[in-house]
Each structure stands twice: as structure tokens, then as C-alpha cells.
Write a protein of this length. Structure first.
Length: 153
């Protein structure tokens, strides 16, 4: 249901409700990847601002003792995760009168994809993210609204 939020402008508010058993992370993912994208292509819609919900994120809880034992640093882990999730361009291969574009997609889709990211190797054995971190699905913590200023108490 869409209803006007105020009398001066054309702002509409809606509430997304899912079937029983759908949690806030699933609803927010549906909102971000389906509903918002479809609303943005409606003629006359200038913007869509989302309030509420829990944004899904993959989290790696680093064990600092294991990190030091492997001689790794946090920037090394961040770079390895970033490199493991990057898209890379390839080249075009000609096959007779046809050609094929080759590229590498590094999109992380599951916890095991993240756990198996190679951080380094020691003695020819790869050190995986799962060797130094607990990987889990969580949500982005809520933060203060932009432009809100708080006075110290």
C-alpha cells in the first residue's frame, strides 16, 4: 500500500511485508535488489529512500592470535578479500566466424567462498581466511542519520 507522507510534496511511504518466516535481512535484501530497482524505473519517480531493515553482510571475525601466528596483518586480509571478490576483464577469443568474450567473475556468493580465500602460503600450503577467522552472515549495524548532531552529555 502506498500513501502520501505529506501534503506539500509528492512523497509516498510504503511498508514491505513478506510471508511468514521471512526475516528482516531477507526483506531488506528483497527491497534493495528488487523493489527499489523496479520503483526507480517508474516514470516520475525521482528517488527511493529506504528506512529500516537489516542489510545483509558477510562478516569475518579475525582471531588476532592466529593472525600473528601466521605473520599476517589486517590490511593483507582486507586486500585478499577484495581481490577474491573482484571482476577481471579477459580478452576476446576468435572461434572461426564467431568470438567469445572471456572474463573472470569473483563474486562471493556463500560463506564457503569467503572461507576459502587464500591469504598467503607457508611451506607450499595455502593459508585460508577460515584458518584465521570465523566467517558468518550478519547485518550492518544501524548508524546515526546523516546531518544529526549530538551534544556531549
Amino acid at each position: 500500500m502506498i500513501s502520501p507522507a505529506g501534503g506539500i510534496s509528492e512523497i509516498f511511504r510504503y511498508q514491505l511485508v513478506g510471508p511468514p518466516g521471512m526475516d528482516l535481512i531477507q526483506l531488506k535484501t528483497l527491497q534493495d535488489w528488487v523493489v527499489e530497482r523496479r520503483l526507480r524505473i517508474v516514470p516520475g519517480v525521482a528517488d527511493v529512500s529506504v528506512l529500516g531493515g537489516k542489510t545483509k553482510e558477510f562478516q569475518a571475525e579475525i582471531d588476532l592470535n592466529k593472525l600473528m601466528a601466521y605473520g599476517l596483518t589486517l590490511p593483507q586480509i582486507m586486500n585478499a578479500i577484495s581481490a577474491g571478490n573482484s571482476n577481471v576483464g579477459g580478452r576476446t577469443i576468435a572461434l572461426g566466424e564467431q568470438s567469445v568474450n572471456v572474463r573472470g567473475l569473483g563474486v562471493i556468493g556463500s560463506l564457503s567462498d569467503i572461507e576459502n580465500i587464500v591469504l598467503t602460503q607457508q611451506g607450499g600450503v595455502p593459508v585460508l581466511l577460515s584458518d584465521v577467522a570465523k566467517v558468518q552472515i550478519g547485518f550492518t549495524p544501524a548508524s546515526a542519520l546523516p546531518g544529526v548532531m549530538r551534544r556531549p552529555t
